[in-house]
Design a protein around this ligand. Sequence first.
Ligand code: GTP
Ligand code: SPV
Ligand code: MN
Length: 617
Amino acid sequence: MSTDTPTAPTPVTSGPAAPRWTTHRELQAWIEEVVVLTTPDAVHVCEGSEAERAALTDALVGSRTLTRLTAKPDSFLAWSDPTDVARVEDRTFICSVEEKDAGPTNNWMAPDEMKAVLTDLFRGCMTGRTLYVVPFVMGSLDAEHPMFGVELTDSAYVVASMGIMTRSGTEVLDALERTQARYVPCLHSVGMPLADGVEDVPWPSNPTKYIVQFPEERAVWSFGSGYGGNALLGKKCYALRIASAMARDEGWLAEHMLILKLTSPQQETHYIAAAFPSACGKTNLAMLEPTLPGWTVQTLGDDIAWLRFGDDGRLWASNPEAGLFGVAPGTGWDTNPNAMRTIAQGHSLFTNVALTDDGDVWWEGMTDEPPAHLTDWHGESWTPDSDGPSSHPNSRFCTPIAQCPVLAPEYDDPRGVPISAILFGGRRRTTVPLVTEARDWAHGVFMGATLSSETTAASTGQTGVVRRDPMAMLPFIGYDAGDYMGHWLDMGKGADASRLPRVFYVNWFRRAGATGDGPFLWPGFGENGRVLKWVVDRLEGRAAARDTAVGRVPTYGGIDTTGLDIDEETMAAALRVDHDEWARELPRLQEWFDSLGTTLPSTLRQELEVLRSRLVG
Ligand code: GTP
Ligand code: SPV
Ligand code: MN
């Protein structure tokens, strides 16, 4: 068996004895170092071919990590360890050289100290396993400076998932070798060595977890988890945490945003980016089927956007990912038919959803009526009378974005697309209106900086608790939060104000009743196209707005409700700016800003004073 040429099919070697895995000098040295530290039985340089994927998934079926779905081509279901189902924010660290650079919103440890802790954990941790080398690029390989990464992992599930979520394999390694380019080293282990006598389990993991970013070194180390955001290191660890630190240094933005293309009946096109916290509607809005006749949405991205100014003074966005890693529950033919069409084509990995008796997947919200019998995500028999849900609330589908039937053709353009509007949004039962427009860039940054949302199952810990989540980036900012807000303000300062995206704040999740215990006021999903229409009407100067204490909201009748069954009272409640509710918000905003310390930009303090005086005079 040969491992000397990574472009040839690379069967797993029987031992790591001094082979040459790559002609990229730095990468070869790093692999050697990791092999010595982690002592894998074999090394496999991934080429990303179909044959390789078939061999990997066969092996994963053999080890009972995956179940092959008979109802969809090339599709598989994984059930994780029940303790490894979401991102672990309390185990996530930004190990900048100086503690102040991680800021008050991140966990921190000195890089040397953390390296010592991790080195002990990684020592021998791949015994009995294969070390996979996954060369990948975030964004286009044709970019002027391709954003390379290499993940070293002992999880074949991670390899299969990275193959969907990123552009990866031989083509990327060839480019790396040709240019000897720098890359972000991403080291991952599930943390369960198979030393003598230890038997493997379908979902290996370790109760001790560390998700660690070294922003100055531009490196990631992740230990103990196999779950998405903790283990697919190109995603949140690189494309948000490390990239946000790069972006601060280089004058761009790495954001937790979807990107969509909206076309009006008059054939005007606008590109819109939207930042909502985890499990708050990005995938759904990105693939929206507007109910309003003549309007279309096409998808460019559903989770991450990189934004840079173009020569034309506009802000251009591109999606660094190649796949969708979407929340399964709530995704159905009624709510997100384009996601259903995307996964129907197969080539997808599902995690922690239920298995139907005919070899398909099901989750809550896919259809109105659940099937009479399922095998739930614990592997137990399930009927509609069973106690819990069949699928974990943070269960996910992982599928190639290229399969999305409404993918915008510009998706692949390394330049990205020019953004007309940025939406911020969260999940709030009360207080926050359906849509509000910022008065200017600084006010828009204030809206983003004070964004609040109820916590969801995407991260471990309590759900439904309101917390501040600046720009939907709280768990993903790779440096100090106050500096991050300052960077957003700076991005606007140098720019031609008329070319900057206009900023809006949306809330699909407001409910009836004084305490927000009633039903949703706004039907959401495809009807959100009506809010997008108002945004475009504002951009095109066609819609009036009412200036309120918190920003500009639609005038009476401003939201087109043609054909929608919603009464005036409900519409008014969805749009209401209630001064009592907002007055209760003020001390929380003050507390949030105080918690950020001295790096909070004074402009944002001034914005808070403007809000206070507009509310209470
Ligand atoms: P991450 O992948 O975690 O970053 O999440 P996301 O922002 O892409 O969230 P997603 O679109 O997957 O939505 C999460 C949940 O919110 C799903 O259960 C959806 O069904 C639900 N949801 C999305 N849009 C709406 C909406 O307009 N109204 C209501 N009521 N629920 C929505
Ligand atoms: C999120 O939690 O925001 C996600 C899923 O998009 S994960 O990849 O796990 O971060
Ligand atoms: Mn996300």
